[in-house]
Design a protein around this ligand. Structure first.
Ligand code: HEM
Length: 306
């Protein structure tokens, strides 16, 4: 009997982004790292790749992958991003045709190229400083061509990840669940009390202790600038209201008693009568269902893409 031939897996085709996407999704779960996900630091990498852009001179930005060079990669503002580079490097190894500029921006819309030398690198100092206030934040985002409203929306990315004292002196996370993107950052920024706290590193940040959960959350001075400045604050409240409006949406048509329980005339017994479990299969047992089969096929196709 002959041994089965060991055919190597075909090399990924240049320009095929589907396996790149799959590879990036596969590396997101990092149980040993931070809060268990590489996602936040990858988002920060994408942001810092692009955040050097200057609209007046059309310099900087994500094209070129300037962080490959010490002049940009070694900018103290990029401290900690080496973790993101390490997470993504195997994807580059498996797909050498992919530019770093597209890889680092997790490019949904690829086409960026990598610089071939340092000539086009932006000067250091364009990325924002968390210790600064509203004037600085507005200046940085306006330089990129963003309005106050857009600046506030972008800072909502602080729903993800955390600060590491070893990098800038700041420590902690902005929200309770820092691996799930949502608008908790705006809600907390707008609605709870933040008090200044000087850390051992010498920097000052703002903290809020959630007594229910017993957890301390943080804000950077630059985050607090978004509620100290009236124009920024208008947009923080706007985004924070999504949560309020969504909570209202979930309550439409319900009446609650003083204890918070739903009052319902059809509710004869203790609490809601819970319906019997639905059958495991689609449709009604024993009855042909026009929709079930095509839906099942669709779902199978969808699962195969994951
Ligand atoms: C005024 C503007 C901003 C300032 C001053 C700022 C500053 C900072 C600082 C100091 C950290 C902590 C880094 C560390 O200790 O590891 C951080 C983390 C982070 N920032 Fe920002 N940031 C700003 C805007 C943004 C924007 C616009 C985005 C994305 C659109 C973003 C995404 C993130 C993410 C995802 C993290 C967490 C990274 C991790 O967990 O490793 N930030 N930011």
């Amino acid at each position: 009997m002959t041994a089965p031939s060991q055919t190597p897996a075909p090399a990924p085709a240049p320009g095929d982004y589907a396996p790149v996407r799959t590879a990036i999704l596969a590396l997101l779960a990092q149980p040993e790292y931070d809060d268990g996900s590489a996602g936040p630091v990858l988002v920060r990498l994408a942001w810092h790749s692009a955040g050097t852009y200057d609209a007046t001179t059309n310099t900087g930005g994500s094209n070129g992958a300037g962080m490959r060079y010490e002049a940009e990669g070694g900018d103290p503002a990029n401290a900690g991003l080496s973790h993101a580079h390490v997470f993504l490097e195997p994807v580059k190894v498996a797909h050498p045709w992919l530019t770093y500029a597209d890889l680092w921006t997790l490019a949904g819309c690829p086409g960026r190229t990598d610089y071939i030398d340092e000539a086009q690198l932006p000067p250091r100092g364009r990325l924002p400083d968390g210790a600064q206030g509203a004037t600085h934040v507005r200046h940085v985002f306006a330089r990129m061509g963003f309005s106050d409203r857009e600046a506030v929306a972008l800072c909502g990315a602080h729903s993800l990840g955390r600060c590491h004292a070893s990098r800038f002196g700041f420590e902690g996370k902005w929200v309770h669940n820092p691996t799930r993107f949502g608008n908790q950052y705006f809600r907390l920024l707008a609605r709870v009390e933040w008090v200044p706290k000087k850390l051992e590193s010498g920097v000052q940040q703002f903290v809020h202790v959630d007594k229910e959960v017993g957890e301390e959350l943080m804000m950077l001075p630059s985050d607090m600038a978004l509620v100290a400045d009236e124009s920024f604050k208008e947009w923080v409240l706007f985004y924070a209201d999504f949560a309020k409006a969504f909570a209202r949406l979930m309550e439409l048509g319900l009446k609650r008693g003083e204890d918070g329980r739903v009052l319902d005339e059809s509710d004869q017994k203790e609490g809601y009568a819970s319906a019997p479990k639905k059958p495991d299969g689609p449709g009604v047992p024993g009855v042909a269902n026009e929709e079930a089969e095509p839906l099942r096929e669709e779902n199978e196709k969808f699962r195969a893409r994951l």
